[in-house]
Design a binder for this molecule. Structure first.
Ligand SMILES: N[C@H](CCC[C@H](N)C(=O)O)C(=O)O
Length: 301
């Protein structure tokens, strides 16, 4: 492919499908059209693109442009951020990084055991900053429900932002037992959410353990959602259901993977979990055309 192409890596964070695209040294961006084309191909199908750009802010290592598979931009992507850390750590040997995103400046580090912690910043609870279209004094439980008026299937969510909007619906049985593929789009696009929202079902198992499942804004049902795990962990503590450090079992991820979420006393939310590289290639950030790198020859024994 011509030099109009850039390197990328197909990765995942607990099954959340991520393309990490190296846009450093370029002044263009991954276009929505390219994102939609890459999402349409079974090989490169993804939930988010994490495009690494040259830093815009002194003291940061890179600016990260986050694109959903429908071509819309997102402010935050926890699973994707862990993938970027793993990719840059493999490239540079460094273990700690500072990124700028639309959600703000994030510090992240890779640990000896390969897990990665990201400081996802501070949660936002103010109704007009989530944002919501109606004023709520207490956004830990708002009037929003779906299903029959006298017996709603989902109701009274905790809503907040991690830079991107989240609604956490508390359920008393396995989140996998709900028809989230039916309710998700109705709630994602509900008039209550002028910028749409990520929709999560959360079942509290104990004060330090929760099971979640998410319908993502701009991506639909995904196997995992990092910023949703942060939002569920914070909302659990905020409503007295859990402690401020909780394990989030992501019910739909392969093997029900786990993220550790800590809402620190300084109000920062720390997410810790894995990332996985799958394969690499080159792509055109304008058209979405791509080529997979040749697999290294397996040396005959
Ligand atoms: N769909 C989300 C962005 C990606 C979130 C998720 N993949 C994560 O790991 O945080 C949004 O539009 O707000």
């Amino acid at each position: 492919m011509t030099d109009a192409t850039v390197e990328f890596a197909k990765m995942n964070g607990l099954g959340n499908k991520i393309l990490v695209v190296d846009m450093r040294g370029r002044s263009d961006r991954v276009t929505p059209e390219a994102a939609i084309a890459l999402a349409a191909d079974p090989l490169t199908n993804f939930d988010q693109i994490m495009a690494i750009h040259d830093p815009k802010l002194s003291g940061t290592d890179a600016y990260i442009d986050i694109v959903n598979c429908d071509g819309t931009r997102a402010q935050a992507c926890g699973n994707g951020t862990r993938c970027v850390v793993q990719a840059l750590s493999a490239e540079t040997g460094r273990k700690a990084f500072t990124f700028q995103t639309l959600a703000g400046v994030l510090n992240a580090e890779e640990h000896q055991d390969g897990t990665i912690s990201v400081d996802m910043g501070k949660p936002v609870f103010q109704w007009d900053k989530i944002p919501l279209s109606e004023e709520f004094y207490d956004t830990s439980r708002i009037e929003l429900q779906i299903g029959p008026i006298d017996n709603p299937v989902l109701h009274s969510p905790s809503v907040m932002s991690m830079g991107n909007p989240h609604a956490i619906f508390w359920v008393d049985r396995d989140p996998m037992s709900f028809e989230l593929e039916r309710f998700g789009p109705l709630l994602e696009n509900h008039p209550m959410f002028p910028e749409r929202a990520n929709i999560t079902l959360a079942q509290v198992i104990s004060p330090t353990e929760m099971v979640t499942r998410t319908w993502e804004r701009g991506a639909g049902l995904t196997l995992a959602c990092g910023s949703a795990a942060c939002s569920a962990g914070v909302s659990g503590a905020r409503t007295g259901r859990t402690e401020r450090k909780v394990d989030i079992i992501v019910s739909s991820s392969p093997g029900r993977g786990k993220l550790s979420i800590e809402w620190r006393d300084d109000d920062h939310v720390i997410m810790t979990g894995p990332a996985e590289w799958e394969w690499s290639g080159r792509l055109d950030p304008t058209s979405g055309n791509f080529e997979r790198d040749q697999e290294p020859e397996v040396q005959a024994k």
